[in-house]
Design a protein around this ligand. Structure first.
Ligand code: SER
Length: 602
């Protein structure tokens, strides 16, 4: 396989290959979509091209090729593991009613195997194709095309809609796809059999998807699929992932897409590289600093001109910057040095994305300003706290009252763990119980305000569904793995609907196991308990769920025995025995990498 020395090498190779086949090279679109108010950021290469799939004329013609900057932040908390990134680039070639399956598949194969392109051993390639459903037939044509190129019959796998149907969202252009995988090990995994050790199905890291060719031929509106006026091709190759495979790198962080950033940060930190590598916490902090810096630089350098703020894209940016600034402490990097490393990112990516160079001043200034603001929040809180500690000393006390700690949190955004730490330096304790009582009271008040304005439904039925949702979440993670995290939830008096991250459709067996687990936990009549604690403490105990990231503030969590611990405002039942009979009614796709379950309690 070709070794890639810089992201630019793969970009150029891809663009040249398709330009030589009549494709016009188009620039990356803005990261902040101007047309689509339903998303904060461009999340896939095809996103900016949606109007053209639907029939609009593209000024550059009917054959296009590009690299597109993308941001996905629904998995922000997962960043730090080996695979999640909030920013990535996608290479794509596009046919707007021009060529179709034959050229698309032929060119993909050629680019992957040719010695002067990616030089992948053809025997390592596996593909999946659409197995068909009630409205669209099995894709024999694509399978035959792959066979004609020499892909062995047993490397071509037909998979159903859950795997080989691509749609950017519940509405809009969609179609069957053929996904291309590289076999990393060349042998069947010991814990899989021939029917499961296949691309898209194998639970291990044997197969790595590097390219997805979507035959965009339908449009879904109000649940109905209609053929598009013309047949399009949408392909996507993740740049960072592909370089990792080609270079045999263990993670994307060990590729040239990150190396200069990582080196710069390590150079500014307090630990030698070997120590970081052998310490999981340090490795995680380094990845968070690198990922969040790259993403922040791209958002700030975009023509969308987003600044850190309290809503929308600005809030995501603020979260990224503040989260990174907090992690600078773990690695012993000065926050201002983290900000200055933005220069390295601009230097690395400036040629491919000239807007970064144009906006270099803005990027550095906004990063510094936000870091400063965050520091001030911490500083103002510290001043108030010093005052309170001085008063306490005068009166001979040794415990800071809970309402002072709460005021620090509420007014200054000052995290409880900071209060505790600083108070301890003066030999003073904090009445954290009183703090938590105050916090709970405060939450109760906002909740009842919400209820009065009709926002919250705490009817008995909905409350049961709330608790059932927590059990379902826990059961999914037990059966499918810890990646199965909540992406959305909607509860009515009659059912729950739960969206979670999972790449493939659940098998009937998995659905049954999840259902059985939830039922058994209901049968165990487990007590449900509520507590309020610092977010860091909740997280270290493994609490999951969607929460307001208040930068280490205090959070409300519900515990269901040993089974579940989730951030949640409630309300919940007192005992799982109150839930009744749990049944999953439906499991379906809800966008890329997200599944949706509907379940009822009878
Ligand atoms: N839209 C498809 C994807 O994102 C192919 O570009 O995978």
């Amino acid at each position: 396989m070709k070794h890639i020395d810089s992201p630019g090498q793969l970009r150029t190779s891809y663009l040249d290959f398709f330009a030589a086949r009549g494709h016009a090279v188009i620039p990356s679109a803005s990261l902040v979509p101007d047309r689509d108010p339903s998303v904060l950021f461009t999340t896939a290469g095809m996103h900016p091209l949606v109007p053209y799939f639907l029939g609009a004329e593209h000024p550059a013609g009917t054959r296009l090729v590009d690299y597109q900057k993308c941001v996905r932040t629904n998995d922000i908390e997962e960043v730090g593991d080996p695979t999640h990134l909030t920013f990535f680039e996608m290479l794509g070639n596009w046919s707007l009613g021009d060529y179709f399956k034959q050229d698309s598949i032929r060119w993909s194969h050629e680019f992957l195997v040719r010695e002067d392109c990616l030089a992948i051993d053809p025997d390592r390639l596996w593909v999946t194709v659409f197995a068909g459903n009630d409205s669209v037939p099995r894709d024999e044509e694509s399978a035959a095309l792959w066979r004609s190129l020499g892909i062995a019959q047993d490397h071509i796998v037909f998979l159903p809609e859950e795997h080989n149907w691509w749609a950017a969202g519940p509405e809009g252009p969609c179609g069957p796809d053929t996904e291309i995988f590289v076999d990393l090990t060349g042998t069947r995994c010991p814990d899989e059999d021939a029917a499961t050790c296949l691309p898209g199905l194998c639970g291990n890291a044997r197969f790595f998807e590097i390219w997805n060719n979507v035959f965009m031929t339908f449009d879904r509106r109000d649940g109905v699929i209609r053929p598009l006026p013309r047949r399009n091709v949408d392909t996507g190759m993740g740049l960072e992932r592909t370089i990792a495979v080609l270079n045999g790198a263990a993670t994307v962080y060990e590729t040239p897409c990150f190396a200069p950033i990582i080196d710069a940060l390590v150079g500014k930190g307090a630990y030698p590289p070997e120590e970081i590598r052998s310490d999981a916490k340090l490795t995680r902090a380094l990845r968070i600093l690198s990922d969040h810096l790259r993403t922040s630089v791209f958002i700030l350098g975009d023509r969308g001109q987003v600044s850190p703020g309290n809503q929308g894209a600005g809030y995501v940016l603020r979260r990224l910057i503040r989260r990174a600034v907090r992690y600078t402490q773990h690695l012993g990097v000065k926050a201002s040095d983290w900000v200055a490393t933005a220069d390295v990112v601009v230097d690395m990516y400036g040629e491919a994305y000239p807007e970064l160079v144009e906006n270099r001043g803005r990027i550095l200034a906004e990063l510094a300003k936000e870091q400063e603001r965050f520091a001030q929040t911490i500083e103002r809180g510290t001043a108030r706290l010093s005052h309170a500690l001085a008063e306490l000393r005068q009166s001979g006390g040794d415990t800071l009252p809970g309402d002072v700690a709460f005021q620090l949190y509420d007014t200054f955004g000052f995290p409880l763990e900071f209060t505790v730490e600083i108070a301890a330096e003066s030999g003073v304790g904090v009445d954290t119980d009183a703090y938590r009582r105050q916090f709970a009271l405060h939450q109760e008040r906002s909740r009842s305000q919400a209820a009065k304005s009709g926002l919250a439904d705490d009817s008995e039925e909905s409350t049961r569904y709330h608790t059932a949702t927590h059990l379902l979440h826990a059961a999914l993670r037990e059966v499918l793995g810890p990646h199965a995290l909540q992406k959305g939830s909607n509860i009515t008096k009659d059912r729950l609907r739960f969206d979670f991250s999972h790449p493939t459709a659940m098998t009937p067996e998995e659905i049954r196991r999840v259902e059985d687990l939830v039922r058994s936990w209901i049968g165990e009549r487990i007590e449900v308990t509520h507590s309020v604690m610092p977010q860091a403490e909740a997280r270290s105990e493994g609490a999951i769920g969607v929460f307001d990231e208040k930068y280490d503030g205090t959070v409300s969590v519900y515990r269901i025995g040993e089974r579940s611990l989730e951030f949640c405002g409630g309300p919940h039942v007192r005992n799982t025995g109150e839930l009744g009979h749990f049944r999953i009614v439906k499991e379906q796709s809800s966008g890329a990498g997200v599944r949706r379950i509907r379940a009822v309690l009878a």
